[in-house]
Design a protein. Structure first.
Ligand SMILES: C[S@@+](CC[C@H](N)C(=O)[O-])C[C@H]1O[C@@H](n2cnc3c(N)ncnc32)[C@H](O)[C@@H]1O
Length: 211
């Protein structure tokens, strides 16, 4: 069973996400294991400090190396993934590569990010989920986890959902429709109502557009 740990200052975000949808089902069916590691527990001193101002000046705070270093050392995994906006861009190939490891640590930054030394010491991957910056690594970590988990056998109700998906073979998925047949003058394509499976399959193939 694949095991994932999310190292974060905001474990509640991850724990709430675990309660819904296919992730919740997958956890209940013991298909995956997801644990949160509260970085605050590794903080320094009475106030459990985890961040400090940057050397050389500048705005904001930086996550200190020691709490992160200790959190990672006490939670060994096959690979350590740091979520960073400047990291390698997430795509389907990278997700397939990450699926090979039966344990991953996903390490979430906050504020101005990680002290570079902890990245130099522990990083196997630095991954970005897109060319925009959000306030913390938790949503990027959840995005990455959802992309990985839906590819684990039996997590999705129907594995066929994965075969024609957007980005598979550099194509966009075909458009999909459900009841009613006509909605505000917009009609479902006739072929989908024809019952002719050969023609329906052809229509689907012809509507997989290049990305
Ligand atoms: C406000 S950001 C830090 C931004 C940093 N000063 C910079 O410009 O690269 C705080 C944290 O959010 C996470 N983060 C923000 N945007 C991200 C993205 N596009 N992909 C992955 N992680 C991201 C990272 O963990 C980062 O350390």
């Amino acid at each position: 069973m694949n095991k994932y740990k999310v190292i974060t200052l905001f474990p509640d975000l991850i724990e709430e996400w675990k309660k819904v949808g296919i992730i919740n089902q997958a956890l209940k069916n013991n298909l995956i294991e997801i644990a949160t590691v509260n970085l605050r527990n590794f903080g320094i001193g009475e106030y459990k400090q985890v961040d400090d101002s940057p050397y050389g000046g500048g705005p904001g705070m930086v996550l200190m190396p020691e709490p992160l270093d200790n959190a990672i050392l006490q939670n060994e995994a096959k690979k350590n993934v740091f979520l960073t906006p400047s990291g390698q861009q997430l795509n389907e190939d990278l997700i397939q590569e990450l699926l090979k490891y039966d344990s991953l640590n996903l390490i979430c930054g906050r504020y101005e990010g990680f002290d570079q030394r902890v990245i130099d010491m522990h990083s196997d991957y630095e991954i970005s989920i897109g060319h925009s910056v959000v306030s913390g690594g938790e949503i990027p970590a959840l995005y990455l986890l959802e992309a990985i988990l839906r590819r684990i056998p039996n997590v999705l109700g129907n594995p066929e959902s994965l075969t024609n998906e957007t980005f598979v073979n550099n194509q966009k998925d075909f458009p999909v429709y459900t009841r009613p047949e006509t909605y505000k003058d917009h009609k479902v394509p006739d072929v989908l109502l024809s019952g002719n499976h050969k023609e329906i399959d052809n229509w689907k193939k012809n509507n997989l557009r290049d990305i």
